[in-house]
Design a protein around this ligand. Structure first.
Ligand SMILES: [Ca+2]
Ligand SMILES: [Ca+2]
Ligand SMILES: [Ca+2]
Ligand SMILES: [Ca+2]
Length: 300
């Protein structure tokens, strides 16, 4: 069923790693979907991530040329291609990779967080209207056992923060951020390593991001509400067990437009997608038309 993509509340991208073919899926309440091919192939280019780089409310694409290391932001307005903006040249061989795309400066334009594969350095590219306006070092986390796992806005100030995870101990560490500056650095919580820190989103509609955990041993999902930037044991509730681990939670978006983020799942082998529409007492699950084939990568 077709709808006007201007009514869409979410625009999600998928890419076939082999060809670089890219699909955009638009979702409008009450969970209607419409998919279009944006690029029949990628050549030597692959999408490294997506975000809103010009603050117009539509999702754009960040492309990297794997041969030359060139980076280009493609600005989109729904199904309409607007512009492509050269951003920087960072050869893959230099060891830098994109760790996260999020709005660290709070201006509504997403920024890019890079990490160096061996030195552990963390670097930020601040983006405005698709253009690179500042390139600044954040910190160096030399111990590469620490991953930058998620970049939620934990304290609800409109600026993304950083959650690190130690992949052996499971310890979660928090950086509250103001742009590229770390304004608070402390241990957030402990969790056994088989609990995967899967997604963040504002699941209770109170303005700060909450966390979705998945137990990789039994498939249980747990939402963990964050209050004032901190962990609260009282704010945890289960979303039940989905023991087929090919089902992965891949995005958090407010799909029914009621203020709280909902969860989009994807079966990485069969290509099925489904949603959990969250409410105050649980969720309503709904299967979606197949959005992308198995083996397609959701672009974050
Ligand atoms: Ca920004
Ligand atoms: Ca914040
Ligand atoms: Ca919240
Ligand atoms: Ca919702």
């Amino acid at each position: 069923m077709a709808f006007d993509v201007a009514e869409a509340v979410a625009q999600l991208y998928w890419q076939d790693e082999r060809s670089g073919k890219t699909i955009a899926t638009f979702i409008a309440p009450p969970v209607q979907t419409q998919s279009i091919v944006t690029h029949p192939s990628g050549g030597t280019w692959r999408v490294a991530g997506s975000g809103d780089f010009n603050g117009d409310g539509f999702t754009d694409l960040y492309w990297r040329d794997e041969n030359t290391g060139a980076n280009v932001i493609e600005l989109w307005r729904g199904t309409q291609f607007l512009d492509s903006v050269k951003n920087s040249v960072i050869p893959m061989s230099a060891g830098w990779y994109i760790n996260a795309i999020a709005d660290f400066t709070g201006d509504g334009h997403d920024d890019v967080l890079w990490r160096h594969v061996s030195s552990g350095e963390v670097w930020m590219h601040q983006i405005l209207s698709g253009e690179l306006v500042a390139s600044v070092q954040v910190t160096a986390i030399r111990d590469i056992s620490w991953n930058i796992q998620l970049t939620p806005d934990l304290d609800g100030d409109g600026k993304a923060d950083i959650l690190l995870r130690h992949h052996q101990t499971g310890v979660v560490w928090r950086f509250l951020m103001d742009g590229h500056q770390i304004i608070d650095s402390r241990r957030f919580m402990n969790a056994a390593p088989h609990w995967q820190l899967a997604l963040h989103g504002d699941f209770d509609a109170d303005g700060d991001d909450d966390l979705l955990w998945r137990n990789t041993q039994n498939g249980q999902s747990v939402i963990h509400r964050v209050k004032g930037g901190d962990f609260s044991r009282h704010g945890m509730y289960s979303l039940g067990i989905l023991d087929d681990m090919h089902w992965q939670p891949v995005w958090a978006r407010d799909l029914d437009d009621d203020g709280d983020d909902d969860i989009i799942w994807h079966h990485d082998r069969l290509g099925y997608s489904s949603v959990y529409l969250l409410g105050s007492t649980g969720y309503i699950g709904q299967l979606l038309p197949s959005l992308a084939e198995g083996g397609w990568r959701p672009v974050h």
